[in-house]
Design a protein around this ligand. Structure first.
Ligand SMILES: O=C(O)CCC(=O)C(=O)O
Ligand SMILES: [Fe+2]
Length: 346
């Protein structure tokens, strides 16, 4: 199976897929360089204290959102390079809307337990604004030689209890629910998921993690002065795939997606879920193409939608051209980066 057949990999992995060596090495090097070269002033402080009245979970890190207007974005500018990098990720599932950002975590930065649920408004070419839901999370790690002792692990609370067997190539640590202790709301969230569950993934250079939303996870606080770089974002589906938390259920769980929601520029992050998590009640999904100028209402249940999506993704040879397109784009980008570096005499 192709490393770029993301939906099948997720399905096969029980909702989560870990893909080491995701991009050709020199492309990953170029991507890291893009993040390292971003001017300090471009990074936005993405932070909130836990606040149930505003549906926030505790989090803090630096981020730059894709698609945002950037100052002096000439062809060879850092911002143009960043846009090209994020576009490559959008091409992995070109039929889906998406919202991607890059992140830089520093000492103490973290995200408390959350499940990434959020609605994201998408402006269509027609000017119509479509409510979409995060459907698949992507996190792509770009920091080299990361060690468990440095913190900054992605802890998947929905992994079955670890029995010492490590998923191939991803560098997970042991069961690590206790590592999600940043933010008091995480306690109730852990109870929902079971105290002993969880698996910590130590970020590895050029490794991508994909999972279906919702999925309970957190990022443990960094305990190093080295920055942790990543590309993160979501593939979106039109409609409301799940209920958001109403914010009046304090103590029942952790707020979902607040950190990422804030990073994605949402004004309000979703709050708490009614436990136990319910299957989504579909109010009706809009079916629109990626360009989406024309839209029609077509109620579908979530399962049917998912099956249809998988079928689409599993068409023979379907993944290959997409993967090549994304690779070509990234390869061009890396080559351009190299030329710029040579010119700058680095
Ligand atoms: O960086 C990571 O490992 C995960 C980030 C995350 O969970 C998020 O941005 O919502
Ligand atoms: Fe997340």
């Amino acid at each position: 199976m192709s490393r770029y057949d993301i939906l099948s990999l997720i399905e096969q992995g029980g909702g989560i897929a870990l893909v080491p060596n995701f991009l050709p090495e020199f492309v990953a090097e170029g991507a890291l360089r893009i993040l390292e070269d971003m001017p300090a002033g471009r990074w936005n402080d993405t932070a909130a204290e836990e606040d149930y009245t505003h549906n926030n979970i505790a989090h803090r890190f630096w981020s730059i959102k894709g698609g945002a207007p950037a100052p002096s974005s000439g062809g060879g500018s850092p911002s143009a390079a960043l846009e090209a990098l994020l576009r490559a990720f959008s091409l992995l599932l070109p039929d889906q809307f998406n919202a991607f950002s890059v992140a830089r975590y520093e000492r103490g930065h973290h995200i408390a337990l959350h499940d990434d649920r959020a609605y994201t408004p998408v402006m269509l070419d027609s000017g119509e604004v479509l409510t979409c839901s995060r459907d698949v999370t992507c996190v792509y790690y770009l920091t080299k030689d990361w060690e468990e002792s440095m913190g900054g692990a992605l802890v998947d609370l929905e992994a079955p209890p670890a029995h010492g067997a490590a998923p191939a190539g991803g560098g997970p640590g042991d069961a690590a629910a206790a590592m999600c202790s940043s933010g008091s709301g995480s306690d109730a969230g852990r109870q929902q998921q079971g105290q002993q569950q969880g698996r910590a993934y130590v970020p590895q250079f050029n490794c991508a993690v994909f999972f279906r939303v919702p999925r309970w996870h957190c990022v443990t606080p960094l305990r190093t002065d080295r920055p942790r770089y990543s590309v993160f974002g979501w593939y979106l589906q039109p409609g409301q795939l799940y209920q958001l938390y109403s914010g009046d259920q304090q103590g029942q769980g952790a707020a979902a997606g607040a950190a990422a929601g804030a990073a994605a520029g949402q004004s309000q992050a979703p709050a708490l879920p009614p436990p136990p998590p319910q299957p989504p009640q579909q109010p009706g999904l809009r079916s629109v193409g990626a360009k989406g100028a024309r839209s029609k209402r077509r109620p579908k249940d979530a399962k049917h939608k998912q099956q249809q999506q998988q079928q689409q993704q599993l068409e023979p040879g379907d993944g290959a051209p997409r993967c090549k397109l994304a690779q070509r784009l990234l390869a061009n980008l890396a080559a351009k980066q190299r030329r710029q570096q040579e010119r700058a005499g680095r």
